[in-house]
Design a protein around this ligand. Sequence first.
Ligand code: UT7
Length: 396
Amino acid sequence: MATNQGKMNGRPGRNGRNGRKAALRYAHIIGWGMEVPARVMTNDEISQIVDTSDQWIRERTGIRERHIAGPKDSTATLALRAAKRALEVADVNPADLDLVIVATATPEHLFPATACLVQDWLGASNAGAFDLSAGCTGFIYALNLAAQTIVSGAADTVLVVGSETLSRIVNWEDRGTCVLFGDGAGAVVLRASNAPGGVLTGLLRSDGSGSELLSLPAGGSRFPPSPETVANGMHKIHMNGREVFRFATRVMTQATRSVVEDLGLTLNDVALIIPHQANIRIIEAAARSLGIPMDRVYVNVDRYGNTSSASIPIALCEAIQSGKVKPDDYIVLVAFGAGLTWGATAIKWVPTPPPPSPLSQRAREVGYWLAALRSAWRRLIRRLESWVRGLAAQSQ
Ligand code: UT7
């Protein structure tokens, strides 16, 4: 998406094609959920691994602690738990999903997509699924894409997840990076509605000339895994922190202004900004430059560190649950990351849905159990078919 996405509202709905007066379609966030691993790692613990201190980390980044994936956690399992919570809030059955998008920089595998695993485990049997790679801006890209898919009429209900296990790709000998990152997942369910509001506009940008500033160099086709790539630490995060810092403070401000102006609003109309949680100094510098007081900026970097594409959905989830987002509020989500990429989204929040009935939650739980059964059954049938084909080939 090369250009400013412009306003997403104002597109005719599906019933516009059969001659009746077309209703406008909007993409509303109707469910949200998050998941972080149980294990909390404090700055003091990190200072026992590398030459750093709690004071340095707090003063330079604002981070106090982060959550670290346990042996049984992975990007897909964290994504699944966040997704289930979002579906519960939305009271949506997985079979009603048209699309599952997982934004991640730490996918379960290079392929298949983590989103396909989540789709299978949920039993989202009518959904397409794919991963989206845009570094820490991944959730913003995915949210914009999902909203446009809904507004265009191509989908009615979309699950968007940001999920990461960055602890698996951090160089635990590099104090310049290992103190920054954490693990977690956040998810939202978007649904088409004729009620004005929801995800109204977005801005997506990229500057690949800065690709080497933040990267995981090996493991792809450029540097396939080899003893040398492993020995040279090329499967770990490499970052030029100072350059990324400079870039971040500039684009956070620009992207926020752009989406606000796109809606014909001013920054005074924005009730809450939810920025990518990378470093409190970046967030404060952007707020200063925008002239927005910090009580209108959501911050949780102290508790989670930088969870890349999970950082905004986790923060959004907490902001909603703590009552910081109110009906009819305009909120802006804004992020930057590897690529380089950056982007923002402006949302008009609508009244929250009523709590789901315990019965429909029970039905979803049975559905998850059936999805696991169906997945195992399909694997078995595939194996049997291949075995029978093998026998037939031998007998010819
Ligand atoms: O989602 C995008 C992900 N990336 C980011 O958002 C990163 C953006 N950049 C940053 O947040 C900051 O640049 C850092 C937190 C990474 C570093 O902070 P800084 O204030 O830019 O520090 P610096 O790189 O300029 O380093 C200052 C000093 C250096 O020592 P000397 O050369 O002045 O003696 C570093 O070696 O701090 C040293 N240093 C540390 N000292 C203690 C770097 N990391 C550490 C550490 N503990 N963990």
